[in-house]
Design a protein around this ligand. Sequence first.
Ligand SMILES: Nc1ncnc2c1ncn2[C@@H]1O[C@@H]2COP(=O)(O)O[C@H]2[C@H]1O
Length: 923
Amino acid sequence: MPVTLCTLGVGATFGESILQDLPRDSTVVTQTTCELLRVEQQDFRLIWEKNKELMNDLVANCKLKNGFGPGVNSKSPMHRPKSPPTRRSLSPDQPNPAEPITDAPSTVMGRIGWTLRTLLLSQNTCLKDRKVSGKLVRKCAPGTELVDWILSLSPIIHTRAQGAGMWQALLEEGVISHVAKEQGFKDKCFLYRFWQDEEGAGALPTMEDINTAEEQIHESLSTLIQRGPDAVLRMILRKPSHERSSDDLETIYEELLHIRALSHLSNSIKRELASAVVFEAHPKAGSVLFHQGDEGRSWYIILRGSVDVVIHGKGTVTTLQEGDDFGKLALINDAPRAATIVLRENNCHFLRVDKDNFNRTLRDVEANTVRLKEHGKDVLILEKISTQQKQSFSHFKYTVMAGTPQKMLEHLLETRLDGRGNFGGGDNFIMTTAHDPFLDDFLLTHVVFMPTHHLVDELANQYPFYTSLPDREFLLACKSRVVQFVYKWVTTIRQPVFDDESAVEFLEDLASEVENDCIQLDALQEEASLMHHAMTQFRRYQEDRKANSGQKWKLPPCGQPIGLFSGNKDSRTIIMPQDDIIFRVYCADHTYCTLRLPVDSTAETIKLCAADKLKLRPNDELLLVEVKSNGERVTFKDNDISIPTALSLNGRIFVSPKDHLDALTCLSEQEESTQGIDGDLELFSTKELAYYMTLFDWDLFWCVHEYELLYHTFGRHHFGQITANLDVFLRRFNELQFWVVTEICMTSSLSKRVAVLRKFIKLAAYCKEYQNLNAFCAIVMGLSNMAISRLSLTWEKLPSKFRKLYTEFESLIDPSRNHRSYRVSVSKLQPPIVPFMPLLLKDMTFTHEGNKTSLDGLVNFEKMHMLAQTLRTIRFCRSRHLVLDPPSPKSEGEVKSYISCLRVIDNQRILTGMSQKLEPRRS
Ligand SMILES: Nc1ncnc2c1ncn2[C@@H]1O[C@@H]2COP(=O)(O)O[C@H]2[C@H]1O
């Protein structure tokens, strides 16, 4: 029954056997309507004669591609054929030990084969014409006889196995082959023949040939003795796993012990691997082992040769050599291939472990650290982390420890964003971030190591701005990933993205590009709708901004909270960098000017404007200074920004010549209490106070962007970004804390003081109940202020129930063991929460100061991960809207305005003095 050997498509050729005047060796059947170009035999021969070299290649190539029979058969014994005697396509998935592993015999092996054949024929021993299944097979010999013969040639060939290995080395290169092309070399009765005799008997040797062969035999044998063992090993490795004997497995195991890429693995794993590794050989330099974007199916170790690692848009980023491994990223991360692997040399040999075996044997025991290099330098360091995902193969995955910003982004796009299909932060995304928050960490911290304009440049590089690439799926996946990233970025970070000019320009470009692609590629519909959604959010944001543009803020002269001077009176009005702020700048003689400048003005701008208005001598070296209510002076650096918002509660800005700094004194009003809104604390219901305080604080907290904590931690001047909303929230903490102290110290009657103390403890309890932990901690810290804690008469009169409650609260804010009590109790809460912000900032500072931002030129992403953890806490706290049951309204209006502006003395010396007056020390 005829069997289809292969199917040829457009561009293929067939019928080359006319060159050899042989009958057609197979039937060609058309499958569909075909149009063919035909070259007649005479013309073909003519062209052939004129272009022998070229045509030889062409024919050999066609045969290789088409999987046809023998190639051009040169009769010259010393001729090294262009194409191997046995043309075949290497099938890496089913290694057949009967097939050669090289495209053609090497010169050395070709010569050795010729020598052996010449001598065998001259001795007329085992090479004979034999009948096999009724067919004459010319000049063939059983394996056993060939081994006998080679053993007889030299005393240094000790064993039959050694002899068989030598013949296998020849078979591997196609110098000899099994007659039926089914066996590797075996010391059995299988018949083998030299390639010269495959198409009928080759030329017989002349006397001169025999003399030459005798001269060469010694050298030939010593080469074969060297090559034999490796050939035997390869033959074993090419056997299917179930055919490997225990001796075979032992041989493989011993080999694995010496492979560098496996050195970190235990011996028992290597034993398991012995049955899992597959040998794969590729004869041609320039061939592609796999492409970037392909699905990862195997892990490779280079046994021989070298490969280039090539990345789209970058070219060859590194070269891997014998003993190196590659291809496990895709397997470990369940991601597409991160690079294309191209052979640098002919005849590269690999050990391959296929995905299932890799997952079963290696995934969980893989090296803890993987370093990726580009041009000789580390660009990405990955470390194994536990994922605890039950449904996945393993409990491990590689996460980024350090990297260049560009490589980290590339890795992120490839591994954390599904090329097609995983859109809009569905369950899949949440699952990924829960176990491996790489994407989220990157979005939350990139401003530290990759400013937005760099990020968008890089994203533009990663989005292929063209519509044709040989691999359409890869092209679509690249585009899709960038869109998904951008969508996540826009929806999680929002305002700072929308306020950045380079980001906006990029978003506009990308949106129109995706729209075009959608038409041209007839795909990317979902990406287009993501971009549409992102742009809708952006337009909405723009409209809001427009409505709120020209906001003016005011730092009131008497230390009251910063408030909106004009603009939209929404309680959640965010302070924007371009908003104006009105504030005073004083001179040493306490004269002042009032300035109105954008919030993001630098200290230098403020200094120059103030100097101009106050007519200070321009040639004096001027400084901008904060004078606190206790007289302390803090000098601003010229590039500091957010100056008015960053002042202490009752601090004032001064401008002064450098040498007059010591003469600066605080204003008398700074030592007094700030002006609060009139109201008697005792007349307000405590619950109502706590309720409106929580709503008020929640709104302030809501305005703080996570990035402000980063700017605050790294230093505002570092990023040139304001931290005004965070400043206002932190001021609120201090205001509450000192308000508590001020109110008690200002209550001269003991019984009234006890009542106020009681009220504050109750207020703290309600704040705790409402999960306003910022206010709770501020109040309890205020109560534990030395000026209050020393009021023993007052505390003694406090009912024991309240004293107990206070002790409980005090233990909650106990800073020992890194605020353990607070952390434990917060961890049990569900949002919405107003967190104790100073502790979050302390955590950020601790991480920042204890960890370098860059390590050997790479971003220390571990640090970013830690910072992002804290930032995520903020996000978690706000992840649900604040909905509280309102208390029965008693004096809503008064309470609301009272809590928005509290009277405060923030000078500890004065407060302690007041306290001493209230209750002088008992002797
Ligand atoms: N700089 C590099 N970037 C990406 N891949 C690399 C780099 N250097 C080596 N490789 C290897 O190239 C392989 C391509 O396939 P994988 O993504 O499975 O795993 C990748 C790494 O093992």
